[in-house]
Ligand binder design. Structure first.
Ligand SMILES: [Zn+2]
Length: 431
């Protein structure tokens, strides 16, 4: 199927900020099975890096942009983007994301650890490893129970934060090489956590093989990843960005794990991040009924076939048009509008829809590492949330819509004073 190219990223409002494209670094075949006949079903255009927040001095320079094309592999059913941006560009020293800054994620992690401890006897001889452990937001809950932990994360800022709270953390990208080294040192894991990282790694098979190497024979890997069915069914196109190389179905995951000598033994649905899966993977095949149920449901819905994805491009265009029309109408009526949450998905939404300073006055964000910076591409300034009550805009566009309940609770005073919220996904709506 030919690429259904959207004109995303080519909005006239952004015309002055573009530079020549860097050379394409497109994959030669499927990231999982190597199949060559990938079908592109969505092109969001050339996008800046979603987490590449700009410092004031960066505003003098043009930003690199990379194509964002999404394809389906008919051989193993994996949905994936075609471009691989080098990881050092994505997760460098400026990487601003510190996990502990969202309450929802902390509660989710605490409950996750409590459930693991209820299922499995762990003591001071056990080892729990987290891949992409960030600032130790999850491992801290094991450590508080006296269970040895090891974090692995490539981003220097979060690694330093983890070490400062006493959580041993290796500053590295995880893959088969590091897994073999740790296993050779006798550091195999009872539990491996990998939350929202499997989709980020360029060597998908090397990462999964590494998990198998690092697990004890009866160990379990607990892996969380966004569910492609949720993305497609709810129009969550703004969760497509360069960090997210793969968009998994259970069908594609079962194939990926099986190829690397692992067994997908259990699947659990999660509400976090707009609909995710928690996967339980082991070296032994012990699949419970949940895996078969998901596989049957995906086959019945057609998630394993290209046709399921073919009208997504048209739906994404409609969402963009509806959001721009809504904001333009409010502006014509004299409304003042700001944004909340400088999340990666916000970068994609704002750039794809061409929403810049003529529409939004600022983006408020609680993360002090983001404040004082600018959203890539559209260059909206990021300010502390206190600005919301100081300025009292008429509307707040919630960019991390998956955290909308938390954000609306935090902004109860803004609402009490007459402020209103806009959510963009699945359909733009005023709340
Ligand atoms: Zn494939």
């Amino acid at each position: 199927m030919a690429s259904l190219a959207a004109s995303g990223g080519r909005h006239p409002l952004l015309g002055g900020m573009r530079e020549a494209l860097p050379s394409r670094n497109a994959i030669p075949g499927c990231r999982s099975c190597g199949g060559k006949d990938l079908s592109t079903f969505l092109s969001l255009g050339d996008m800046p890096l979603s987490d590449g927040l700009l410092a004031p001095q960066d505003l003098q320079q043009t930003e690199p942009r990379y194509p964002l094309d999404v394809a389906f592999c008919p051989s193993c059913t994996l949905v994936q983007i075609l471009e691989t941006v080098p990881p050092e560009k994505l997760f460098g020293a400026d990487y601003p994301y510190f996990s502990s800054f969202t309450d929802t994620l902390l509660e989710h992690s605490k409950a996750n650890v409590a459930a693991r401890l209820a299922q499995r006897r762990l003591d001071e001889r056990s080892l729990v490893i987290e891949l992409a452990s960030n600032d130790g937001y999850l491992l801290q809950f094991y450590r508080a129970r006296g269970i040895p932990v090891l974090g692995i994360d490539p981003a220097p800022g979060p690694v330093a934060a983890a070490r400062a709270r006493g959580i041993e953390t290796l500053p590295a990208f995880f893959g088969r090489g590091l897994a073999r080294q740790l296993a050779a040192e006798g550091r195999r894991a009872d539990i491996i956590h990998a939350n929202n990282v499997l989709a980020h790694v360029a060597d998908t098979n090397g990462f999964v093989e590494g998990i198998g190497t690092l697990l004890k024979d009866d160990g379990v890997a607990v892996i969380e990843a966004p569910y492609v069915k949720e993305l497609i069914d709810h129009g969550e196109f703004d969760t497509i960005y360069h960090e997210h190389l793969c968009y998994f179905s259970v069908t594609a995951l079962a194939s990926l794990f099986g190829r690397n000598g692992l067994s997908l033994n259990r699947v659990q649905p999660l509400g976090i991040h707009g609909g995710s899966l928690r996967l339980f993977v082991g070296r032994r095949s012990q699949a419970d009924g949940s895996v078969g149920e998901y596989l049957r449901a995906e086959r019945a819905a057609g998630v394993d076939r290209l046709k399921y994805y073919s009208d997504f491009c048209a739906r994404v265009q409609r969402t963009r048009a509806a959001l721009v029309t809504l904001l333009q109408r409010l502006k014509r009526e004299g409304a003042r509008i700001a944004g909340y949450g400088a999340a990666a998905k916000g970068t994609i939404l704002l750039n794809f829809a061409g929403i810049g300073r003529e529409m939004l006055e600022f983006i408020a964000d609680r993360n002090v590492h983001k404040q004082g910076r600018y959203v890539p591409g559209v260059r909206l300034p990021i300010v502390p949330p206190a600005r919301i009550l100081e300025e009292q805009p008429d509307y707040l566009l919630i960019l991390p819509w998956n955290l909308q309940d938390e954000i609306m609770r935090q902004q109860a005073e803004y609402r009490r004073r007459g402020g209103r919220f806009i959510v963009p996904i699945p359909e733009p709506a005023v709340l």
